[in-house]
Design a protein. Structure first.
Length: 256
């Protein structure tokens, strides 16, 4: 099963999201900074607003790529195609909305309004709903593709293992300390699955294409050799007269 566009989107989404996450961890102490008081979060944000805001934008792009991925995977998902597409687009939408609060709203928020926006768009929509929809979409993808999953059993195992770990993120607001680490590990596995499946989507079928090309060239060569042999045989001095006589005889028969 080969689908270069889908594979490229899957790899690009994983790379963009993880690159942005790594940068935010280095310059903004994200996501640990979210556990600090609002005044401290805003103060850290305003130290590097352009860099942090643009990096959150990149993170939103990585999350948003889930929408076209889901729409393209629909063609491989059989009867689960519609559900896979709808769930994937919804998962992408809520995460993008939640992440875009940073470059679009946070620069204009004060200490009193930041917690309200953060809770509504971040904790509830982008994270809790986003975790559940991402886990549901990944489950549908694993069920729909099954043994046809690009990357085989290893890829399928990565997808299946990431589902409960991503879903565990809904426990973070409830105070379960382990849930944050489990959720992070789940997204690491999920990203590895995207890269693995995406790479196989891109490269799958190359060997078959090469064999088909070789076979086609071989057939053409045989045809050309056969045609050359006939022409060469007809051009020999001993055969030329026979060939000419047979040609004349066929012409007379046609006229009759």
């Amino acid at each position: 099963m080969r689908d270069r566009t889908t594979g490229t989107l899957m790899v690009a989404g994983a790379v963009a999201a993880n690159t942005a996450f790594a940068v935010l961890g280095a310059v903004f102490d994200y996501p640990d900074v979210l556990g600090h008081p609002a005044a401290e979060v805003l103060a850290r944000f305003h130290r590097r607003p352009v860099l942090i805001g643009s990096t959150f934008l990149l993170l939103a792009v990585g999350a948003g790529l889930l929408a076209p991925i889901a729409l393209r995977l629909r063609r491989h998902a059989g009867r689960y195609g519609r559900a896979l597409a709808v769930t994937g687009v919804a998962a992408a939408a809520v995460q993008v909305v939640g992440l875009l609060r940073w470059p679009l709203l946070v620069p204009f928020l004060d200490v009193e309004s930041f917690p309200v926006v953060h809770t509504a768009l971040g904790t509830v929509l982008g994270e809790t709903v986003g975790y559940l929809l991402t886990a549901a979409w990944t489950t549908l993808a694993a069920v729909a593709l099954g043994r046809r999953m690009p990357g085989g059993r290893f890829s399928l195992a990565l997808a299946a293992a990431s589902v409960p770990m991503i879903a565990a993120g809904v426990l973070v607001p409830l105070g379960f300390e382990f849930a944050d680490a489990v959720n992070f590990a789940g997204y690491a596995l999920w990203s590895l699955w995207l890269v693995t499946a995406g790479t196989f989507f891109i490269t799958s079928g190359r060997k078959a294409d090469a064999e088909a090309t070789t076979s086609s060239k071989s057939a053409i060569a045989k045809r050309d050799n056969g045609s050359s042999s006939v022409n060469h045989s007809a051009s020999l001095p001993g055969n030329r007269e026979v060939y000419t006589s047979e040609k004349k005889e066929r012409s007379l028969r046609t006229r009759r």
